[in-house]
Design a protein around this ligand. Structure first.
Ligand code: NOJ
Length: 530
């Protein structure tokens, strides 16, 4: 039986317990030898993804883009960039993935466009107050000559969130808002044209066979009336604060209700919002029955390898969605976050802890999102040469923050030397460390004790064993520095985050992230029992 399809009319939608695999397309696999990954590369590796056992892919943006922010600056939301192989490559990928029963979700970017989008190109040269400018957020500057930005908001990538344009007659003009890079002007979601265009984009891809969308900055879009100054201006990048006026404004929920109406015309499809909101109640509002299907809860990704903190993060993630009857989500990393191996201390310890945490998240009820390369135990690459760094954070911070390239280094597939089969070109767009030779997919698939083999076994068990049934968890008593919980179906998951081995509770051992020693679970390890 296909485990992603409902067995009968009452079964849950496929995404409620799915394992999603996030592909950062520039870094996954290159099929045309230009050193940059593409959709053809993903298609060539579908056999590997099938072997891994994932249910669905989330593919980061592949729409037409000048790539000022790795594709999150979209110039045409209804076309595929030639860098990734154009529309034909997307159609071929959808068809072949579906033949292999792997779903495809795309990444859509409603908060902003590229500054090369025809709408913004027109807005720049149109007059203040024109219909062209009304699709974005243009304002006059402050101060006698309008030379100060309209408010004090910083851009997430550093510097002010406003850029001043030069009017067609050569005079200094209005300012436009860009919460991210200047190449990413924010759209005006109070403009019905903006809403209608996005709805057209949703239908366009759903009609082509897409199974859903990850919605970028899903807590953005709506802006507060009057665009008031921020009380606490943080100059630190990528810091999240629930009272930040740039995000999480009440109007955002009406926007999600509009999206959901379109999604409901395609009952198989799922929407997953990127929602950086800490407060459980406010988080839950995004996944009410008429809004997003799922929202990323980043608590686990923000938690240290510490049993008490992990338990708290799990409790909060469950509590945030329970009142609205939504599905919890779990993720340890993505293309914006330092890889978990490094976060947990790096080296052998980091890998062991990351494996253990993968077993914790796969034991939980809900949808899991794995980031490409985590199944290989890849660390962050924190010593990339400065001249290869591409994240806009690097330039915008005046070279004080290196940004996110370290978690975006291309995957090592095979062979002994970079680029490890990622590309036929001499070099990949970001260089891979030579020591990744022992982490290649080829090397690890042959090893039963490898990280990828553990992922394969864990994903298969989660998808097929009846013990993973039930939407609740029950905490078990466990030694200090450890945690243990039970699913109603009978699965027990134990995490040992201490420095000493611990005895396991009674039961048959299904899987452990490390070899037991004298029947005990070693430090930095997790086990599943039934
Ligand atoms: C969140 C995305 O995950 C990140 O990569 C991007 O830079 C910003 N949104 C802006 O689109």
């Amino acid at each position: 039986m296909d485990r992603t399809e409902p067995a009968d009319g009452d079964a849950q939608p496929w995404w409620r317990s799915a394992v999603f695999y996030q592909v950062y397309p520039r870094s996954f696999a290159d099929s045309d030898g230009d050193g940059v990954g593409d959709l053809g590369g993903i298609r060539e590796k579908l056999g590997y993804l099938e072997l891994l056992g994932v249910d669905a892919l989330w593919i980061c943006p592949v729409m037409r883009s000048p790539m000022a922010d790795g594709g999150y600056d979209v110039a045409d939301p209804r076309d595929i960039d030639p860098l990734f192989g154009g529309m034909a490559a997307m159609d071929a990928l959808i068809a072949e993935a579906h033949e292999r029963r792997i779903k495809i979700t795309m990444d859509l970017v409603p908060n902003h466009t590229s500054d090369q989008h025809p709408w913004f190109v027109a807005a720049r040269t149109a007059a203040p107050g024109s219909g062209e400018r009304a699709r974005y957020i243009f304002r006059d500057g402050r101060g006698p000559d309008g030379s100060e930005p309209p408010n004090n908001w910083p851009s997430i990538f550093g510097g002010p969130a406003w850029t001043r344009v030069t009017e067609p007659d050569g005079t200094p003009g209005q300012w436009y808002l860009h919460i991210f890079a200047p190449e990413q002007p924010d759209l005006n979601w109070e403009n019905p044209e903006v809403v209608a265009d996005f709805e057209q984009t949703l239908r366009f891809w759903l009609d082509r066979g897409i199974d859903g969308f990850r919605i970028d900055v899903a807590h953005g879009m709506a802006k507060p009336p009057g665009l008031p100054d921020m009380a606490n201006v943080s100059t630190k990048m990528l810091v999240h604060d629930d009272d930040d006026p740039r995000f999480n404004n009440p109007g955002v929920h009406e926007i999600h209700r509009r999206f959901r109406k379109v999604l409901d015309e395609y009952p198989h499809a799922v929407s997953i919002g990127e929602v950086w909101v800490d407060d459980n109640v406010r988080f839950g509002e995004y996944v009410r029955p008429d809004e997003l299907h799922l929202a990323f809860n980043f608590r686990l990704a923000e938690t240290a390898f510490n049993a008490e903190s992990v338990r708290t993060a799990i409790d909060h993630s469950l509590a945030a969605v329970a009142p609205v009857g939504a599905t919890p989500t779990w993720t340890l990393s993505n293309h914006d976050i330092e890889r978990e191996v490094t976060r947990y201390g790096g080296g052998v310890d980091g890998v062991e802890r990351a494996k253990a945490m993968m077993m914790v998240e796969l034991a939980l009820p809900g949808s899991v999102f794995l980031y490409n390369g985590s199944e290989l135990g890849l660390p962050n690459v924190d010593d990339l040469p400065e001249d290869v760094l591409q994240d806009p954070v690097w330039e915008r911070s005046g070279h004080t923050e290196r940004g996110r390239d370290g978690c975006r280094v291309p995957l090592p597939w095979e062979g002994d030397t970079p680029p490890f089969g990622f590309t036929a070109a001499a070099q990949s767009w970001l260089p891979e460390p030579a020591e990744w030779a022992r982490l290649t997919v080829e090397a690890q698939l042959e090893e039963l004790g490898s990280t990828v083999s553990l992922y394969r076994m864990a994903i298969e068990m989660r998808g097929t064993r009846p013990e993973f049934a039930g939407e609740r968890i029950e905490w078990y008593g466990s030694p200090k520095g450890c945690l243990a919980f039970r699913r109603p179906g009978g699965l027990v998951c134990v995490l040992n985050a201490t420095a000493a081995p611990i005895p396991l509770p009674p039961g048959e051992l299904l899987l452990a992230s490390a070899t037991l020693k004298n029947g005990q679970l070693p430090p930095d390890a997790a086990a599943w029992l039934v």
